[in-house]
Design a protein around this ligand. Structure first.
Ligand code: NIG
Ligand code: FE
Length: 411
């Protein structure tokens, strides 16, 4: 007989369903099932409703004792957790008054991590990804995007993407890989050859044949790649069927226009976006991704999340976890803090780390607790969902479920 497990009863179950991907949200729009339960079979959700009403369909029951709020497992749609080394020195320099760009020009910044990551073996990178993804999982993140971008050559980017693929097969978190070979111009690259052509011609086919990723990202910025440089690169990626995502408008504008022109799934950062870029994004299907961890790490403005939502845009919130701009890597803390500075409702913050973040990865089978979705759940020790953002990440989950399996360190 097929095993059908009922999990519950939860004081409140917020399925995050029946909400639009785009636009502002009020907390009154949140559906709340009191004394709710979730029926799970073979890693997927079979039914969601009132615990007592689902009992007769269950072959066994996992009882939740005490106060509990159940949300869909969180989705972190933008990270760089495949890296070696630390940039604590950069952080201290920044806090002593040097800017991110000055540090990069003086030999610190992204190139420092490239140097360290190139020295690391694929196995040690894999180990680092697993450790970091498990700490995200304990905080309720059940799907994590992971970028390459600290290799900056065909071989070194392959090493990173192979490490991500191996780590994905060994960790319970779903890792969604993205090729960010267009992160910055490699300092050791001969100027008479086109780096981006080399990547498109020699790396893109291998990404397909080795099944390493379906996604291509680029950092569109004065200090990285200009709008004009990146267009032929994105065109080749698009022609080969890759989804596009862009590091856009972090320090200067332009990236969000490229993102929309190429039908990118998401445009991420947007700290420098003005009214013009907000309107361009809001009128498109490209998801705007705020990265409050980068604002906190660099000590700069937050993405204008309120304005993006009010203009009708879609907002994902991600950690950008990386050794340089965003070393903290705590998604719930960062999303809660973004909420206080940008005046976001709980519905907007929670949507930004669940189904709207899933949409930023082109995934429709997660980020909501609904029949047919993955049984990825996060459970908090409270009977009022408002307590979760109120504690700004300090209320930790008491349970996390990944594809219907409880995660051992929280049990
Ligand atoms: O998203 N902006 C470009 N890339 C990363 C920073 C990576 C790093 O500093 O190592 C970001 O913030
Ligand atoms: Fe990033």
């Amino acid at each position: 007989m097929r095993k059908v497990q009922l999990i519950g009863p939860f004081s409140q179950l917020l399925p995050m369903t029946s909400l639009p991907v785009k636009g502002a949200l009020k907390d009154e729009q949140l559906k709340i099932i009191e004394k709710g339960g979730v029926l799970v079979s073979e890693g997927k959700i079979v039914a969601v409703g009132i615990f007592e009403d689902l009992k007769n369909q269950a072959t066994d029951i996992h009882f939740i004792e005490g106060k509990s709020v159940c949300l869909p497992g969180f989705v972190d749609s933008h990270t760089h957790i495949c890296f070696a080394g630390s940039r604590a020195r950069d952080y201290a320099y920044r806090n002593a008054g040097k800017t991110y760009l000055e540090i990069a020009k003086a030999g610190g910044g992204i190139w420092d991590t490239v140097t360290q990551t190139r020295k690391a073996s694929q196995e040690s990178l894999e180990k680092g990804i697993i450790e970091r993804s498990e700490s995200h999982l304990a905080n309720g993140v059940t799907t994590l995007e992971v970028k390459s971008g600290y290799g900056l050559s065909v071989e070194e980017e392959l090493k990173m993407l192979r490490a991500i693929k191996q780590a994905n097969s060994k960790t319970k978190v779903d890792l969604i890989a993205t090729c960010l070979a267009a992160h910055i111009k490699p300092k050791d690259w001969s100027q008479d050859k086109e780096y981006l052509d080399e990547i498109a011609n020699n790396l893109f086919p291998l990404l397909k044949s080795e099944n390493l990723t379906l996604r291509v990202d680029a950092f569109v910025e004065e200090s990285a790649f200009s709008m004009e440089e990146i267009k032929p690169y994105f065109q080749k990626a698009k022609d080969m069927g890759f989804d596009i995502t862009v590091h856009a408008d972090q320090f200067t504008t332009g990236g969000s226009q490229v993102a929309v022109d190429f039908g990118a799934i998401s445009a991420d950062h947007l700290e420098a976006s003005t009214e013009k870029e907000i309107q361009i994004l809001a009128q498109s299907n490209t998801i705007a991704t705020a990265l409050p961890g980068a604002s906190l790490g660099l000590g700069c403005d937050f993405t204008p999340a309120r304005k993006i939502l009010d203009a009708g845009g879609a907002l994902s919130i991600a950690s950008d976890h990386n050794p340089g701009s965003a070393p903290m890597g705590d998604l719930l803390t960062q999303a809660s803090i973004l909420g206080t500075f940008e005046k976001l409702s709980n519905a907007e913050v929670l949507s930004g780390i669940t189904f709207r973040a899933a949409a930023a990865l082109n995934l429709s089978d997660r980020g909501k607790t609904a029949r047919g979705c993955l049984a990825d759940l996060v459970v908090f020790p409270t009977d009022n969902y408002q307590e979760i953002t109120y504690h700004q990440g300090q209320m930790k989950p008491i349970q996390v479920w990944k594809k219907g399996q409880p995660i051992s360190q929280n049990q």
